[in-house]
Design a protein around this ligand. Structure first.
Ligand SMILES: Nc1nc2c(ncn2[C@@H]2O[C@H](COP(=O)(O)OP(=O)(O)OP(=O)(O)O)[C@@H](O)[C@H]2O)c(=O)[nH]1
Ligand SMILES: Nc1ncnc2c1ncn2[C@@H]1O[C@H](COP(=O)(O)OP(=O)(O)OP(=O)(O)O)[C@@H](O)[C@H]1O
Length: 691
């Protein structure tokens, strides 16, 4: 099948402006104000990229992006990577992602995989350096200089003690990862790999693959978006607390508090997700919305990224699970994780999570649309359109920041068809270009150019510059007939308009979430998460001169810390006037509840029920007979304040073990045939699929 998921970038002339495309298809951060020269980008600077998270690809990605040409199913079954790119390939074809850089002139046939990302780009190194490869800000690795290590075994800085690595495949896994991602040569990462290998020694996934493989793939996904050593290490260790003998204290001692807290944060998110899944919480929109917010609010945003990478890999390998579980995971992914990725501005992951979930939630529709898409998708049209427009801009001396193309994702097409009751042929933006120029005048000049290059589709032109949408969204939209008479949507806007479309009131994630009303608290949390992810890309750019933001657009603090007066700050434990979201488990049912700031355990206990006490109908009087637990610890002081993400269990006081614990114990004994009382698993056990 052919891949309809691509974005093509054209490079602005380096003497005019350079661009950094942060948000896969969306975000242009790294713009330098241009004066007036003529664009000089050449077609040799173009690259097509398909595949996983092309959005976050960058020149720096080079080897980073080589996991690429495997389909999602392959991920499930093999752990061998494609061979390393040569350095000069890297230089000439800076664009990549999980796909290796594929030059425009010698593009291998793209295979359609709706689970993959949809981007085709062209551009110079600078352009791609700005892409979300650097999205993790202070957790982005810049020190390496993105050098390829061609002879990696000679360059390992951390000597593994092979005697302690019982599994022969482990060392190969590390070497493979190092071939693809330079960050895997970092001492911290190698050490984390080694510890992960020890911790998961003998454990297997439901697919029969070594458990370690999942950890490495998760870390690779993070490396692909430019995560630094700390985050990649957290990716490697993310399951150790829940699925191995390893303790927080051990990680603390071995790696320090930064990594230990990060791994613990991921573990907490995993546990919440599990709770939510088991009690079907996410199916209620309000609850799901609270979950998104809580995830963003309670944990370091980096923990959310690790959790997203973990989920993305799990979704890629979902076939290994029994049918009923596939559905549950897919549903939760659609409801919780894809929107989270969207809110954080990681469009590529969002699209993959949605497409993969869709595949399991609605397999027939998925198959049907995939096959229709195979016919209507035209990747060469997008790439040649970018080239053509690029040349015209050059000839017309119109300076621009960035020009790129994308294919609409399968799931997005599905939603649009449903929402607007259209057939696939009636969707005009399956193929689209976006051009970001310097000023409003240039928007209209570029529009004339576009209308001169291709036949215009009547009735499709929209001037949201002169007539902004109610939410402030501004842009010019037109649809033309591209090569082969395929409709092509072209959006033209300035970088300020683009920022507004990304971060402002008209932000794309809100546009996509429809008419949902969000509390200012939710908006603040999302805005913060997006800022920290995207802004840091920019601040970590080596070439600081290319920063195109004005002060008014800067977030005030560095990720992940905020100053006291930071308007984007939310500190889970103190100082916020915002609400607190907690998970309440009551009668084995879980809900995510919202409480005003400074609420206490007593407030949770008092909510609902008759006569102001939820337990009154059951004959329990509050203090004597209830034994609330917060984060699994019994609480004696009901006035203790709630923190964001606290798990509050409300159960009547019953001597010894609670009914829930008994039930769990019995369940475990049934499942394992063993009287297991700890969550520790012995080496060699099948661990199965973790959340
Ligand atoms: N960020 C952001 N993007 C928007 C907003 N409104 C529209 N867009 C973008 O503009 C595209 C098309 O918008 P319109 O030209 O108004 O199209 P439409 O009338 O809604 O329907 P179609 O032409 O069928 O897409 C969308 O696909 C978005 O990419 C908005 O409020 N915020
Ligand atoms: N013409 C275009 N060129 C480049 N990128 C685009 C274009 N249109 C949308 N995008 C971007 O592609 C990504 C995926 O958007 P998607 O196709 O799902 O929705 P949309 O086209 O923005 O909205 P809708 O589905 O309502 O038309 C978003 O990041 C969006 O900003």
């Amino acid at each position: 099948m052919a891949v309809p998921t691509m974005a093509l970038y054209a490079t602005p002339p380096s003497n005019i402006c350079s661009s950094c495309h942060i948000n896969s298809h969306d975000f242009d951060l790294n713009t330098r104000s241009s004066s007036s020269s003529t664009p000089t980008a050449s077609s040799s600077q173009k690259t097509i990229v398909g595949g996983l998270s092309s959005l976050f690809s960058s020149s720096s990605a080079g080897p980073e992006d080589m996991t690429s040409l495997r389909g999602a199913d392959d991920l499930n079954n093999s752990f061998s990577y494609s061979s390393c790119l040569k350095r000069d390939h890297f230089h000439h074809s800076p664009v990549s992602v999980m796909q290796g850089p594929l030059s425009l002139t010698s593009t291998p046939s793209m295979r359609f995989s709706p689970e993959r990302d949809c981007s085709v780009r062209a551009g110079n190194r600078r352009l791609f350096k700005g892409i979300v490869t650097h999205a993790l800000g202070s957790c982005v690795d810049y020190s390496s200089g993105f050098q390829m290590h061609l002879n990696l075994s000679d360059e390992l800085t951390f000597v593994m003690d092979d005697n302690n690595l019982n599994e022969p495949y482990a060392k190969d896994m590390l070497l493979d990862a190092q071939l693809k991602h330079h960050i895997f040569n970092d001492d911290l990462v190698v050490k984390a790999f080694y510890e992960a290998a020890k911790a998961h020694n003998g454990q297997m996934r439901a697919s029969g693959d070594p458990y370690l493989q999942h950890c490495v793939e998760t870390a690779c996904l993070l490396a692909t978006i430019g995560a630094d050593a700390m985050v990649v290490s957290a990716g490697l260790l993310h399951d150790t607390l829940d699925d191995s003998f390893m303790t927080y204290e051990y990680i603390l001692q071995s790696f320090g508090p930064g990594l230990a807290d990060l791994v613990e944060g991921v573990s907490k998110l995993s546990q919440m997700s599990k709770l939510a899944r088991e009690s079907n919480t996410a199916t209620k929109t309000v609850e799901a919305d609270r979950m998104h917010t809580m995830f963003l609010a309670m944990a370091d945003a980096r923990a959310v990224l690790v959790k997203l990478a973990d989920r993305l890999h799990n979704m890629m390998t979902l076939d290994a699970l029994p049918l009923c579980k596939r559905y549950r995971f897919a549903k939760e992914t659609m409801e919780i994780f894809a929107p989270l990725a969207n809110r954080m501005g990681i469009v590529s992951w969002k699209e993959q999570l949605e497409n993969l979930s869709f595949k399991y939630i609605n397999p027939n529709r998925y198959k049907d649309l995939s096959s229709q898409l195979m016919k209507s998708f035209n990747d060469t049209m997008v790439t040649s359109a970018v080239e053509k427009l690029e040349q015209a801009l050059k000839d017309g001396s119109i300076s621009y920041h960035v020009l790129y193309g994308r294919h609409k994702s399968l799931y997005s097409i599905h939603c649009k068809m449903l929402k607007k009751k259209l057939s696939m042929n009636e969707i005009h933006d399956i193929h689209g270009l976006r051009l970001i120029v310097e000023n409003v005048d240039d928007c209209y000049k570029a529009l004339d150019l576009v209308h001169g290059l291709w036949p215009v589709v009547p009735g499709k032109f929209k001037d949201y510059i002169n007539h902004p949408k109610c939410n402030g969204y501004q842009s010019l939209h037109t649809v033309v007939m591209g090569k082969g008479l395929v409709p092509l949507e072209v959006q033209i806007r300035t970088k300020e308009m683009h920022s507004q479309a990304e971060f402002g009131f008209a932000a794309h994630w809100r546009y996509k979430e429809g008419n949902c009303m969000h509390s200012s608290f939710v908006l603040q949390m999302v805005e913060w998460a997006r800022w920290v992810v995207t802004w840091q890309c920019e601040t970590m750019m080596k070439d600081q001169s290319s920063i195109g933001y004005t002060d008014a657009m800067k977030p005030p603090c560095k990720f992940p810390f905020h100053s006291e007066d930071c308007p984007h700050s939310y500190k889970p434990s103190c100082g916020s006037d915002g609400p607190v979201f907690v998970i309440v488990i009551e009668n084995d049912k879980m809900s995510v509840q919202e409480f005003p700031a400074n609420s206490t355990v007593k407030d949770v206990v008092s909510v609902g029920g008759q006569g102001g006490c939820r337990w009154a109908p059951y004959g329990f009087s509050l203090k004597q007979d209830l034994m609330p637990k917060v984060n699994h610890e019994t609480v004696n002081d009901f006035n203790c304040k709630l923190k964001m993400g606290d798990v509050v269990e409300l159960s009547p006081k019953i001597p010894d073990k609670s009914l829930t614990e008994y039930r769990e114990e019995i369940q475990r004994m049934y499942e394992t045939g063993l009287p297991l009382t700890t969550r520790q698993r012995t080496a060699g056990n099948k661990v199965g699929w973790r959340i």
